[in-house]
Write a protein that binds this ligand. Structure first.
Ligand SMILES: Cc1cc2nc3c(=O)[nH]c(=O)nc-3n(C[C@H](O)[C@H](O)[C@H](O)COP(=O)(O)OP(=O)(O)OC[C@H]3O[C@@H](n4cnc5c(N)ncnc54)[C@H](O)[C@@H]3O)c2cc1C
Length: 444
């Protein structure tokens, strides 16, 4: 018997969990599964801000796909998905080949019986001039490493700088975006910077040939948010606790002001304010990454979109194609349980993607066996946001919580979301070291 081939594009929360669920639901010799992903690891994005600020080491938050799927029928392909050919049921992937003297990319075609699109999202700069060139996004492991390096570099450069204006620019750290990612990164950045100033850079005001000392107040941290309130998805009391905590940490908050342009020297805001900074972190939003579909629109090859996301039916199948499923950030699954007049697509969250992955895997199994497919209803488990060390806010099953215990619950929940005990142990070690010692400022 020819085994159906399930080809999964993307090994994030959606794609990786579809493969894991298929592994549990269908016998190894009944299907073939392939995952194609840009990197050879699964990235745990919710703790990326801790890598960017030195609380966790980069490989603590990345789990190798070959380790997750060792001994299973899941084949791993590392490469860039170039296109999808719906008509011939195949995709094109570009893979790297680095020989002794040459580096080139090789094209591969992979056929499928069922395709799962889970390519997630990428940073959205909203066409703001300079934003894509002069800011630091936080979406990949490389992004987190760049941010950490940039922060350490800013201090090293400030030590050598005699011009007070340039020094102020170097020691001004700006985060754009007042959602969970922006709030988490700026609050951890405040922790990192506080420790750096206290222990290592207390004399940044002096050049190496001068005597004197620098006040620890010299670095500045600014959070910019275009909306009227930070963390809009939380209740007003929790929003207030969060912003009080940020202010206590020395962070200046600008709400209701959008960034209009970014240059190497800083940002311009819609209220005509200029903020000088050499380190602007962009956490203002993401947009779906959909691999191009081959063929023309008139041939019916262009998929339907909602808010830039692929429209899927209640079983996660792409409109007009029963062999293609899509989920996670890339899919515009419309939440029919919402009572509002306008249809609402589900939020771009890991918990949404994981919930959908279970439904997709079951529906693929049913499709193979010619059984009835099941629709999906999303039930939020609530959300939590950490605000530096020892403080978090959360709404779990309509219960509002904030403080040290919430922070501890937040950490414990995330710890147990990792796949392997090896990674959990590594994270506990990193967190323990972070509690006992100053953060490592080795510039890698
Ligand atoms: C910094 C940060 C913090 C977050 N914190 C939280 C949180 O606390 N809680 C929460 O619920 N959600 C959080 N999210 C959102 C969450 O990460 C996403 O909603 C979730 O990852 C979506 O899963 P996905 O499978 O759709 O996409 P992803 O997990 O992004 O996976 C997509 C995969 O596809 C791969 N890919 C994309 N294009 C190609 C291509 N052309 N070729 C090959 N591979 C490709 C990518 O490399 C990636 O591995 C956070 C996101 C970020 C960036």
């Amino acid at each position: 018997m020819i085994k159906p081939h399930i080809l999964i594009l993307g090994a994030g929360f959606g794609g990786m969990y579809v493969a894991r669920e298929l592994k549990a639901l269908v016998k190894k010799d009944e299907i073939d599964v392939t995952i194609v992903n840009e990197t050879n690891y699964f990235l745990f994005t919710p703790l990326l801000h801790e890598v960017a600020t030195g609380a966790l080491s980069p490989n603590s938050v990345a789990e190798p796909l070959r380790e997750i799927f060792a001994g299973t029928n899941v084949r791993i392909v590392q490469g860039t998905i170039e296109s999808i050919n719906k008509k011939d049921k195949k995709i094109t992937v570009l893979g790297d080949v680095n020989g002794d003297t040459i580096h080139h990319r090789v094209k591969h075609e992979i056929e499928y019986d069922f395709l799962v699109i889970a390519t997630g999202a990428t940073t959205n700069y909203y066409n703001i001039p300079g934003a894509d060139i002069h800011t630091y996004p936080l979406k990949t492991l490389a992004d987190a490493a760049f941010i950490r390096r940039r922060v350490i570099d800013s201090f090293e450069e400030a030590v050598m700088c005699s011009d007070p204006l340039v020094r102020a620019q170097l020691l001004s750290f700006v985060v754009v975006g007042g959602g969970p990612t922006g709030v988490e990164i700026i609050s951890e950045l405040a922790e990192l910077i506080k420790g750096m100033v206290k222990r290592y850079y207390y004399n940044t005001k002096c050049r190496p040939d001068e005597a004197g000392s620098c006040g620890p107040e010299e670095p500045t941290l600014t959070l910019i948010h275009a909306g009227a309130e930070l963390l809009q998805q939380f209740s007003p009391s929790l929003r207030k606790s969060a912003s009080d905590r940020l202010v206590e940490a020395g962070i200046t908050i600008h709400v209701g002001s959008a960034v209009t342009s970014v240059s190497p020297r800083g940002i311009e805001l819609s209220n005509n304010t200029t903020i000088s900074s050499s380190t602007v972190i962009w956490a203002a939003g993401v947009k779906p990454t959909i691999p191009p579909f081959e063929g023309t629109e008139s041939e019916g090859n262009s998929p339907a979109l909602v808010g830039g996301r692929l429209v899927v039916d209640e079983f996660f199948r792409l409109q007009g194609d029963e062999h293609i499923f899509a989920l996670g950030d890339v899919a515009g699954y419309i939440d029919s349980t919402k009572t509002s007049d306008k249809p609402m697509t589900l939020p771009m969250l890991a918990q949404v993607a994981v919930g959908q992955a279970r439904a997709v895997a079951k529906n693929i199994k049913s499709s193979i066996n010619g059984k009835k497919l099941k629709s999906f209803t999303y039930h939020s488990k609530g959300s939590m946001v950490s605000i530096g060390q020892w403080f978090a806010i959360g709404e779990i099953f309509s219960m509002k919580i904030a403080g040290k215990l919430t922070w501890w619950i937040w950490r414990t929940i995330y710890l147990f979301k990792f796949i392997s005990w090896k990674k959990r142990l590594r994270i506990v070690i990193d967190w323990t070291l972070d509690a006992l010692y100053p953060r490592d400022i080795t510039k890698l």
